[in-house]
Write a protein that binds this ligand. Structure first.
Ligand code: X2X
Length: 339
């Protein structure tokens, strides 16, 4: 069992003259020496929440209850934008976030979300677990956040609509589509000719229900867990973007944790990411049938047409310049030519 040496933690902290707010809240309640918070935007039934909860239970168990990481799912503590601020200030210690939303703080983080970059998971995971992911994590580190090695999966994103099926890029013309708050998302849907609205996930269901937005785009697991089938009718299998969740820590807090505590947290958070990726893969095999049963009408698309539309709008050229040669070369090393 791991023993946490609280005295040396405090000594180190004072020596470094860094007293992160989280350390001040170290609590003896329930015998825990470290009471920390992890928050996310995902429903309680989504594999991200299920597996991170399991990870926190495993951490509590292995530390004999000394490390108590409380889980706040489903945007309980606020929108993604709010939670990112809370993570930076130390109000929460851990948070999972899409690299595209993270790009509002770490511009190069969104390079993994370029449209139609990834032919499939066989290219995604070697990249994110390899040199490409390491490059992005180094960029994240410069912002004072720590990204864990193993990313959690969100999935390949699909477009849904309440008004009409999206069969070709022309159907996106003027389409009021909700996108998460991120320059890359807005840019991509403008390149399609749509009218993107930046809305945090916490507001998506009501934005669709009230028809502020006609449609949205998300992986099947999110569409199902957030019950978006109640407020959407059609789903176009565009696979237009792969998205994941970086498991992030407040860097100052992380640095104050004893090495053995860091090791236990890292071990379980990363191991559960691998399980969570498998959960999403399994759901991808069954959710089309399940969502069809819930009233969603699926249609296949020729996604090369969508990709060509992005290319002719200058989308790839613009973002290649923004990300720069190093990031782009690493992307193409794993994904193949992206244009
Ligand atoms: O906000 C979304 O659409 C979601 C749930 O996919 C993200 O976290 C980016």
């Amino acid at each position: 069992m791991t023993k946490i040496n609280r005295r040396s933690l405090i000594a180190n902290t004072l020596a470094g003259a860094v007293l992160a707010p989280a350390v001040l809240r170290i609590s003896k309640v329930h015998g825990a020496e470290f009471t920390l918070k992890y928050a996310n935007n995902s429903p309680v039934t989504h594999p991200l929440t299920i597996r991170t909860k399991e990870a926190m239970e495993a951490i509590a168990k292995e530390t004999g209850g000394k490390v108590d990481i409380q889980v706040f799912p489903n945007s309980q503590l606020g929108s993604d934008t709010d939670m990112l601020s809370q993570l930076r200030s130390g109000a929460i210690e851990f948070f999972t976030l899409s690299p595209l939303i993270l790009s509002t703080l770490v511009p190069k983080a969104s390079v993994s979300g370029i449209g139609f970059a990834w032919p499939g998971y066989d290219k995604v995971w070697p990249a994110m677990d390899g040199e490409f992911g390491a490059y992005v994590r180094a960029e994240i580190a410069k912002s004072g956040l720590v990204a864990f090695d193993k990313m959690y999966d969100n999935g390949f994103r699909q477009i849904t609509s309440s008004t009409k099926p999206i069969a070709s890029p022309a159907d996106l013309d003027g389409f009021k589509i909700r996108v998460p708050p991120s320059p890359l998302w807005t840019s991509m849907f403008k390149a399609f000719g749509a009218a993107p609205l930046s809305i945090n996930f916490s507001e998506v269901y009501s934005a669709l229900q009230t028809k502020v937005a006609e449609g949205q785009e998300n992986p099947l697991a999110i569409i199902n867990a957030a019950k978006l089938y109640e407020v959407q009718k059609y789903l176009a299998k565009t696979n237009h973007m792969w998205d994941g969740f970086w498991f992030l820590a407040n860097g100052k807090l992380w640095a104050t944790l004893p090495k053995d505590v860091q090791a236990v947290i890292t071990k379980h958070v990363d191991a559960h990411a691998i399980k969570q990726r498998e959960d999403i893969a399994q759901l991808n095999a069954t959710l089309e049938t399940e969502l069809t049963g819930k009233g969603i009408v699926f249609n296949a698309v020729d996604n090369t047409k969508f990709r060509e539309k992005l290319a002719s709008a200058g989308f790839y050229k613009e973002w290649q310049e923004k990300f720069g040669p190093e990031a782009w070369a690493l992307l193409e090393k794993y994904a193949g030519k992206v244009s």
